[in-house]
Design a protein around this ligand. Structure first.
Ligand SMILES: NC(=O)c1ccc[n+]([C@@H]2O[C@H](COP(=O)([O-])OP(=O)(O)OC[C@H]3O[C@@H](n4cnc5c(N)ncnc54)[C@H](O)[C@@H]3O)[C@@H](O)[C@H]2O)c1
Length: 258
């Protein structure tokens, strides 16, 4: 760079922790980051999905280890942190991507379902970054990417726990960015719009989902996992070295943040 400023970004051999690595976005993040030379700690509650991501990444020549973890359980989060440290050491990047979306009108939503969404979607990210941060601070470099949702901005009728936890992820992101900038740890969130993965398909079918994209999204389609992976690849790169505390929407123009 002609300005002489050193800009840090993901380097081959850096470790990336990805939660929900078996899912739509998580698999695309795993494949993309592995192709950039990262070692992937793939966390998921589903052995089947996690093992499939592992197989695909290895087939493509990547370095990946699957950790089975239920993020709603603190002791399992602790075990996955320990396992990741033992296998790879401290991560350069953490992608808090896994979430659950319990669906019911607020008056019918049980306190247990609400609490579970909070545990998986916001408590686990807190526990994870808290556990890894001291080593990342020692290394004086790191990137955290939190996956939020357009529902954080618009609300979600029938998804109070999900929307509340995704709103929380945005302020969580800003807080980490403020506290950890001095350690050269950047933290941003991706705000995806409706995308073609299992999560929205819990409540609709593939054709309806694609049709919703054609009709209601300015760019004429729903999102796909590679859309999110491209943004994550930018956020972890040296091109994003001056960006922290931001929420970046990737939604075909459905909601415009400004
Ligand atoms: N797909 C969309 O339309 C959309 C829109 C906005 C935001 N998002 C967000 O994107 C992220 C990724 O979702 P996706 O669309 O890839 O969905 P997905 O359902 O394909 O993936 C979610 C993954 O999280 C895992 N998971 C669920 N509960 C877990 C737990 N307790 N412990 C560990 N892992 C658990 C699942 O096994 C799955 O592999 C989520 O945070 C979601 O809220 C998705």
């Amino acid at each position: 760079m002609s300005d002489g400023i050193e800009r840090d970004g993901l380097k081959p051999g850096d470790v990336v922790v990805i939660t929900g690595a078996g899912g739509g976005f998580g698999r695309a993040f795993s494949l993309r980051f592995a192709s950039m030379g990262a070692k992937i700690a793939a966390w998921d509650v589903s052995e089947k999905l996690g093992e499939e991501t592992t197989r695909l990444v290895r087939e493509a020549g990547g370095d990946i280890t699957f950790f089975k973890v239920d993020l709603s359980k603190r002791e399992e989060v602790d075990a996955a942190v320990k396992g990741t440290f033992a296998k790879y050491g401290a991560p350069y990047c953490i992608i808090n991507n896994a979430s659950i979306y319990p669906r019911a009108p607020t008056v019918d939503m049980t306190a247990d379902a609400f609490e579970l969404a909070m545990r998986v979607n916001i408590m686990a990210p807190f526990l994870i970054v808290k556990a890894f941060a001291p080593k990342m601070m020692e290394n004086k470099r790191g990137v955290i990417i939190n996956i939020a949702s357009g529902r954080a901005l618009e609300g979600a009728a029938g998804g109070v726990g999900y929307a509340s936890s995704k709103g929380a992820i945005l302020s969580f992101t800003k807080t980490l960015a403020m506290e950890w900038a001095k350690h050269n740890i950047r933290c941003n969130s991706i705000v995806p719009g409706v995308s073609f993965t299992a999560q929205p398909l819990e409540a609709t079918n593939p054709e309806e989902l694609l049709e919703r994209g054609r009709k209601s999204i300015p760019l004429g389609r729903v999102g796909f996992p590679d859309d999110m992976a491209g943004l994550a690849a930018f956020l972890v790169s040296s091109d994003a070295a001056y960006m922290t505390g931001q929420a970046i929407a990737m939604n075909g123009g459905r909601v415009m943040i400004s």
